[in-house]
Design a protein around this ligand. Structure first.
Ligand code: MOS
Length: 760
């Protein structure tokens, strides 16, 4: 292994705005309640939509009786699949996702009929008057059933070296275990909602709470049979997404557009919380069989993983969610021999989709819990075992990607474990009185995250930005990515101000509108700072170059002019002070036979420690302190960055400790916040964010991505902490670890693991 010196932050001697904790421009209105969300808007003559959804996981639709509803007061339309003018299809990776069930329903919550009426009450009454005759069919509900039946729609693999030779090597310790992860609800504050209206000149406009307006544009175009230039999608202030508004809003967006198209009226469709929780996408439940071979001193020699995701009734984004898990399944370690197989299965359950981490949190829970159990078996310290295997400059990933730049992993792990006093606390808690019923522990998990869409999403990779400088020196940016709470408006304003040399308060980012910018791909995969950031830079640089050249030719010393004065002079010289920026990332590759390639342009490196207190009498776990560190390349705004870390940590604690959906016959039972429990600020422990900056040369000022990484390693770190808290007071440590292979680690599960580990 050759270790090249770390490349640190490139020398930006005079950064004025980038790196500063600039306040969010959208914060005051959001805090005061004056921001305009979709349900704050109303159009003249607006109708209200309701959607009839299947109560059955699987059934034949014998008939839908609409006559009574059609006659009711205020009702303008009752529509079923036969009323769709274009295709009954939401285009996504595969063409299998129906807009409205036709002949058969495939999951509980699937839409099969629509109503538009003058008031919400009239729409409710019309919905209640619809009669559907179903012939229930036997549903397929579990990963195991679907796999046995061959209902697999995606299979990916990574094959490297010779795992069988390693597993047969008697000098190595081989260990295998199976892990399970639950559904997770996005729990955005604002449910899905849209308003669709004919535009009065042959087209349609949809306004909504969205992550990816260009996805909705394609869905509406397909369903109405319209060319894309007649379909305009505008994103409004959006109360959270977390992946849940990536693919999912294409359904309410196209349903509402269909009603608007058929009635010729504006139609508003706001989903109730119950409807949203039953019918919209979630994090895929996962099952992961994990097998490793390691030397007695903890060097990992081989990893074999079988990774299964329950994709639900339609393919939606499952192939790419699964692929991200595949690529990261062996952890951020040097693994010379690997066999990873990943399958997404089709069942009669709600289609799952994007959720912060996108297929990584499931497999990372397994891999990082596995490393701790392996370390325990080998009698090694879990930090030392990770240090002995972790990737560094000059190493090659499991897919054969050489790591040449921006690998601040060692620094992240060092700084996080120092800030957490990891080793001292391990010793302190190891020395706890074994009879004490309330016990403390500290756990660690380390992760990496390929930034952006990677080799599988190549065609969606580029991003555009329109930059317009007005005569008064103010700047308007239009981009194709969205603000969903993560801080995009702030970060892009800072980048524009830095490039142009203007005040950050002079920059305004307008709402994304598909008619105003080129398709810039989705706002996902922690790609917005990188992709839209580079597009904004490109546009600003074009303007600045033109402006400076014209001013110099006219005899001005540009260095003596303020930005406002320079703009005034340049305006007088008829200089074009607008430009379209464009960014296309470096090449990525993936060989579908071997899994070999450079799947992502670069990686964000992370480490998390979680300290917990466990009450062995009840199984209750209280997180005390979390240290969450990330090599982000360059932190554009430390305040929004810390916000991302705090939010990701709390969402990760929810995933690891409390959140799960319970289903009966394929129906989600807990579809309200009174029964689907998420952590609140009252449950948040002390959170210490750590930022490390090993610049990524292609990134804006060296930046990579941070959106998803803070969530990914939290669940294994908290479960490893629980095991650490209990392991000094059980008869069988093996039984303890075995009892902690399923999240969430609810009091029931923790108590059961404790009880089993102490049984004779
Ligand atoms: Mo994000 S889960 O890639 O929308």
């Amino acid at each position: 292994m050759t270790v090249s010196p770390p490349r640190l932050v490139p020398h930006h001697p005079a950064l004025q705005v980038v790196g500063q904790p600039v306040p969010r421009p959208d914060a005051p209105d959001k805090v005061k309640g004056t921001a305009r969300y979709v349900d704050d808007l109303a159009f003249n003559g607006q109708l209200h939509a309701r959607v009839l959804r299947s109560p059955h996981a699987r059934a034949r639709i014998a008939r839908i009786e609409t006559a009574e509803a059609e006659k009711m007061a205020g009702v303008h339309a009752v529509l079923t699949a036969k009323d769709i003018p274009g295709q009954n299809l939401i285009p996504m990776i595969k063409s299998d996702w129906l807009l409205l069930a036709d002949g058969e329903v495939c999951h509980a919550g699937e839409p099969l009929a629509l109503v538009a009426a003058e008031t919400r009450a009239q729409a409710d009454a019309a919905l209640a008057a619809l009669r559907v005759v179903y012939e229930p069919l036997e549903p397929v509900l579990t990963i195991e059933d679907a796999f046995d039946r061959g209902d697999v729609h995606t299979h990916w693999k990574v094959l490297r070296g010779d795992v069988d030779a390693a597993f047969a090597d008697p000098s190595l310790v081989v260990f295998e275990a199976t892990y399970r992860t639950p559904y997770q609800e996005h729990a955005y504050l604002e449910t899905n909602g849209v308003i669709a209206t004919p535009d009065g000149c042959g087209g349609i406009v949809v306004y909504g709470s969205l992550q990816c307006p260009f996805y909705v544009q394609k869905a509406v175009g397909a369903v109405l049979g319209l060319p894309l230039n007649l379909v305009r999608i505008v994103q409004l202030a959006t109360g959270g997404g977390f992946g849940g508004k990536e693919d999912a809003p294409s359904s309410p967006g196209a349903l509402c557009a269909l009603l608007a198209w058929k009635t010729g009226r504006p139609v508003k469709y706001i989903m109730s919380r119950e409807e949203d929780m039953v019918a919209m996408s979630k994090r895929h439940p996962g099952k992961i069989r994990y097998k490793t071979a390691a030397t007695r001193d903890g060097i990992i020699k081989a990893v074999e993983v079988d990774y299964f995701l329950n994709g639900g009734a339609y393919t939606t984004l499952s192939p790419v969610v699964l692929w991200r898990g595949l690529i990261h399944a062996c952890g951020p370690y040097r693994v010379e021999n690997a066999r990873v197989n990943a399958w997404a299965v089709r069942t009669n359950t709600v289609p799952c989709g994007a959720f912060r981490g996108f297929g990584e949190p499931q497999v990372v829970f397994a891999s990082e819990a596995h490393v701790d159990h392996m370390a325990e078996k080998l009698g090694l310290d879990p930090l030392a075992m990770r240090r002995a295997n972790m990737l560094d400059y000059g190493d090659v990933t499991v897919t054969g990607h050489p790591l040449e730049s921006s690998v601040g992993f060692r620094e992240v792990v060092d700084r996080v474990t120092e800030a957490a006093e990891f080793e001292r606390k391990r010793r302190e808690y190891d020395a706890q009185d074994p009879t004490s019923p309330v016990r403390r522990g500290i756990g660690l998990a380390v992760t990496y995250y390929g930034v952006g869409l990677g080799a599988l999403g190549k065609h969606l990779n580029p991003a555009g930005a329109n930059v317009v400088v007005a005569a008064d020196g103010t700047v308007t940016l239009a981009v194709g990515t969205t603000e969903i709470g993560q801080g995009m408006l702030t970060v892009l304003s800072q980048i524009a101000a830095e490039e142009l040399g203007c005040a950050v308060t002079a920059v305004r980012v307008v709402e994304p509108d598909t008619s105003r910018v080129p398709d810039s791909g989705p706002t996902v995969a922690s790609r917005t700072t990188l992709m839209s950031g580079n597009a904004v830079r490109d546009g600003c640089r074009q303007i600045k170059a033109r402006m400076h050249e014209a001013l110099a030719q006219a005899g001005h010393d540009v260095s003596l002019l303020s930005f406002t004065d320079a703009v005034r002079e340049a305006t007088g010289l008829c200089v074009q002070l607008s430009a379209q920026g464009w960014s296309v990332p470096p090449k990525t590759t993936f060989d579908t036979d071997t899994g070999e390639g450079h799947p992502y342009v670069t990686y964000t490196w992370s480490a998390n420690t979680v300290e917990v207190e466990v009450d062995t009498r009840t199984g209750e776990v209280r997180p005390i302190k979390v240290v969450s560190g990330h090599d982000v390349g360059k932190m554009i705004n430390p305040q929004t960055g810390e916000g991302q870390i705090e939010g990701g940590v709390v969402q990760g604690l929810g995933y690891g400790l409390v959140e799960e959906h319970l289903l009966r016959e394929g129906r989600i039972l807990n579809h309200q916040f009174s029964t689907y429990i998420i952590p609140t600020p009252m449950d948040a422990p002390e959170i210490v964010p750590i930022i490390v900056e090993h610049a990524y040369p292609w990134g804006p000022y060296g930046a990579k991505g941070l959106g998803e990484t803070p969530l990914i390693g939290v669940a294994p770190a908290v479960v490893n902490a629980i095991a650490h808290a209990l392991r000094g007071a059980v008869k069988s440590r093996d039984a303890l670890y075995a009892g902690l292979r399923e999240i969430p680690a609810t009091p029931e599960r923790v108590w059961e693991a404790w009880r089993t580990a102490n049984a004779e």
